[in-house]
Design a protein around this ligand. Structure first.
Ligand SMILES: Cc1ncc(COP(=O)(O)O)c(C=O)c1O
Length: 405
């Protein structure tokens, strides 16, 4: 089990107060907090006076080493090799860059597949590249009235030998559904399509394994796993070498550097390295990958106990509706709810007054809310992560109950 009280002491923002009372709950998916070791690593880089990389002097060589170490860390997080890791501003920017580069290889008559369960950052960049290339966009649906599971029947029906890409989420940032990544990658590969997995929401909750899934690309953002605002893309090395990025002429033309446009946020990359090490510190084992695997085993155990507690009491509140799975398995501890008589933004504001910070609206899960018939106001999203306690779950439930009466 995780020692949650001990973990919490490493997160300075968790001691924050609202109106003189502790803000016992800070929204997991929407505002994940940063570990002290991450803050120190970023501070250390800036205090030492780091410079741009690839120079012939010591501060630049230190930055080369930092980038190499951070790539090795993210490679351990993803189960990849360090030369397959690309850093960028965030997931959205990396996806725009890759979609432009892939889009120019597509031809009219081709098609690409996206899903209605995805954050718009894994839909719009692809759809816009498809429009530029005159390529059809097909949607995989999900089951809005049940567990919000992806409908693999619509995937099978959409795939054909002109499918160039299947872009899908590892887990929904709105309703928490975890998708069958191995199955989807295998189906896409059976027709020769590439796969692009959005693991932004999944990464704080479960172990990623790009070798096991065989995906061609996968992306997440370190700010969701207790680090800073930097996107981390995995690409299979032949693809990072073979696909032509949009890049400046003097910039390196070898992968992964050729995909990193402009000067990187090296202080943030220092924080990325520290964030992976923080996650690894939650587990036991020999090398960092083994410690990460053990850490996620413990994280899942703890988060499922929070989900069980949350879902059991929520089910007894007749005025509250939940979208998505009613059990703690096959989902992250992220819940989209609504309470009769409250529009989502007012409920979020009312909870905020009690020091419970949760998002309302669509959190850019644009297609999800449309499919749930909630496009106008969205829903309230409550998300827990590994540093949340059972007491906080109760506090959130007490507050919801107060409004649900
Ligand atoms: C599932 C998912 N995908 C993509 C994004 C976009 O990530 P970024 O802010 O790094 O561009 C988010 C952000 O909330 C997300 O939750």
């Amino acid at each position: 089990m995780l020692d949650v009280p001990a973990i919490r002491t490493g997160f300075p923002a968790l001691t924050r107060e609202v109106d003189g009372r502790p803000a016992a709950y800070l929204d997991g998916p929407g505002g994940t907090q940063v570990h002290r070791s991450v803050i120190e690593a970023m501070d250390g880089f800036m205090r030492r006076g780091g410079s741009n990389h690839h120079g012939a002097f010591i501060t630049s060589q230190e930055t080369d080493q930092l980038v190499e170490d951070a790539r090795a860390a993210v490679a351990d997080l993803y189960g990849a090799d360090p030369h397959e890791i690309v850093f960028g501003q965030n997931m959205t920017s990396l996806t725009y860059a890759l979609s432009r580069a892939l889009g120019r290889t597509w031809r009219p008559g081709d098609n690409i597949i996206v899903t209605r369960l995805d954050h718009d950052a894994n839909v719009a960049p692809w759809a816009q590249a498809a429009a530029d290339a005159g390529v059809e966009v097909r949607f995989v649906d999900f089951d809005p009235d049940g567990g919000c599971a992806l409908d693999l029947g619509t995937l099978d029906a959409s795939l054909d030998n002109r499918t160039r890409l299947v872009a899908f989420t590892h887990a929904s940032n709105a309703v928490g559904t975890i998708t069958p990544v191995l199955e989807i990658v295998a189906a896409a590969h059976s027709v020769g399509a590439l796969t692009y997995v959005d693991a932004v929401h999944y990464a704080p909750h479960g172990l990623i394994d790009v070798r096991q899934s065989g995906t061609d690309f996968l992306v997440s953002s370190a700010y969701k796993w207790f680090g800073p605002h930097t996107g981390c893309l995995y690409g299979r090395s032949e693809l990072l070498e073979g696909i032509e990025p949009y890049k400046l002429r003097p910039a390196p033309d070898t992968a992964p550097d050729r995909w990193e446009t402009g000067t990187q946020s090296f202080e943030s990359i220092a924080g990325v390295l520290a964030a992976v090490d923080y996650l690894a510190s939650l587990g036991r084992g020999g090398d960092r990958r083994s410690r990460l695997a053990d850490a996620y085993r413990r994280i899942i155990e703890h988060e499922q106990s929070l989900s069980d507690r949350f879902l059991a009491r929520l089910a007894e509140m007749p005025d509250v509706r939940l979208a998505g799975r009613r059990g703690s398995d096959g989902r992250t501890p992220t819940f989209a709810i609504e309470v009769d008589g409250f529009d989502p933004r007012s409920l979020s504001a009312a909870l905020g007054q009690l020091g419970i910070f949760v998002w309302s609206g669509d959190y850019y899960a644009f297609e999800v809310m449309r499919r749930l018939d909630r496009a106008e106001h969205g829903m309230v999203r409550i998300g827990f992560v590994h540093y949340n306690t059972a007491d906080e779950v109760d506090r959130v439930l007490d507050a919801i109950e107060r409004f649900a009466r």
